[in-house]
Ligand binder design. Structure first.
Ligand SMILES: [Zn+2]
Ligand SMILES: [Zn+2]
Length: 370
């Protein structure tokens, strides 16, 4: 991949660009192409942070591919002549972002996106400051929009010490879940990126699907090799309460499972999705018994668990993990949403596993996998 292309990060559910620029000439800061792509990348970050519709984010990703295929001189000339929109894939919004970036002007378009998606530190600010990492994130290996390195770089920029990469497991084919072979290849890539980004740490993991019978969608032997395992229900969310309870208890009882992801499966945006029914006392008692943390999922459309369930998890003295479930770099900025909820519900910071340094987190995950 060309250096320019590496700058541009696509949205959730898009693939990163693989286009190659025609020239390997100068890519310094004066390069109009680099400046344009940096502007478009910023737009993608802000759109993802605002959970913009996929088509809208894709327009900026596509524009970046178009720009990457041009010579720097042509980008500069088209900005000067106002002819960017003559290019297929460049419209009024993308051309305004490109022109402002190339000419070094403040962008009204980016300012509007920023204001619309800014995440207020809110009452959770003090807890957010204690968080050392994020234990649930996705990359292009499954249904995320950015590479391992792009996600890790964004996490570093937020001040994190580590990021756990938890792509989907094989049976979630709609999300391009990882087969054991692809997981092995991802672990190689993570090792290689880790060598470059140290002391920042990318921890290995998976968001393993909890199958209908409570089994996990990856052999124990492979789960045992991962640093952190999040287990989540993604199918048959409306199954009868008793069956769902048994299914979830089976999963959280696994010594390999560290975190129970978005426990109710609800969606609170748009047409929404009702939360699944389960005996929360039994499930949280099992989490407490088997040392499995309950996730506060920060995604704006999930906001899972609801406060009354989080209160119940606290009564059971469960561990808590505050995770973004980010599918794009801009979404790693959502942790304050979960921190606010933690403060409102009176979560003791000492119970939040991602307030720990990576080594402490790993000794905790190892202790119950033993
Ligand atoms: Zn999930
Ligand atoms: Zn996820």
């Amino acid at each position: 991949m060309h250096r320019c292309c590496q700058v541009l990060v696509s949205s959730s559910y898009d693939r990163t660009m693989t286009g190659t620029a025609p020239s390997e000439r100068s890519t310094d800061e004066g390069d109009a192409r680099v400046l344009a792509i940096a502007g478009l990348t910023e737009a993608v970050r802000l759109l993802d942070r605002g959970l913009a519709p996929r088509q809208k984010v894709s327009a900026f990703t596509r524009a970046g591919e178009v720009i990457a295929s041009l010579e720097p001189d042509e980008v500069a000339a088209r900005v000067a002549e106002g002819t960017l929109t003559e290019l297929d894939g460049i419209g009024p919004s993308t051309s305004s972002v490109i022109a402002d970036a190339v000419l070094g002007r403040p962008s009204a378009y980016l300012a509007k996106l920023d204001a619309a998606s800014v995440v207020d530190p809110g009452v959770g600010g003090p807890i957010r400051e204690l968080l050392k990492g994020d234990c649930h994130s996705h990359t292009v290996w499954s249904d995320g929009g950015a590479t391992v390195e792009q996600m890790a770089s964004a996490a570093m920029a937020l001040g994190h010490e580590y990021l756990v990469v938890t792509d989907h497991s094989p049976r979630l084919t709609i999300a391009h879940g990882l087969s054991p072979e692809r997981l092995a290849a991802q672990l190689d890539e993570i090792a290689e990126v880790n060598a470059r980004l140290a002391p920042f740490r990318i921890l290995t993991g998976m968001e393993v699907d909890i199958l209908v019978d409570g089994a996990l969608d990856l052999p124990d032997e492979l789960l045992g090799r991962l640093d952190v395992v999040v287990a989540s229900v993604h199918s048959k969310l409306s199954m009868p309460k008793d069956e769902m309870t048994r299914r979830m208890v089976m999963a959280v009882a696994s010594p390999h499972v560290d975190i129970l992801g978005h426990c109710t499966g609800r969606k609170v945006v748009g047409t929404g999705r009702a939360q699944s029914k389960f005996d929360a006392d039994l499930v949280f008692a099992a989490c407490a018994q088997f040392d499995t943390a309950v996730e506060i999922n920060c995604r704006p459309e999930r906001q899972d668990p609801p406060e009354e369930l989080l209160a119940l998890a606290l009564e059971w003295n469960c561990w808590i993990s505050i995770d973004t479930d980010a599918h794009a770099p801009g979404q790693l900025e959502w942790q304050p949403y979960g921190c606010d909820k933690a403060v409102r519900c009176g979560v003791d910071p000492a119970r939040i596993v991602n307030t720990w340094h990576a080594d402490e987190l790993l000794s905790w995950t190892d202790s119950h996998a033993a």
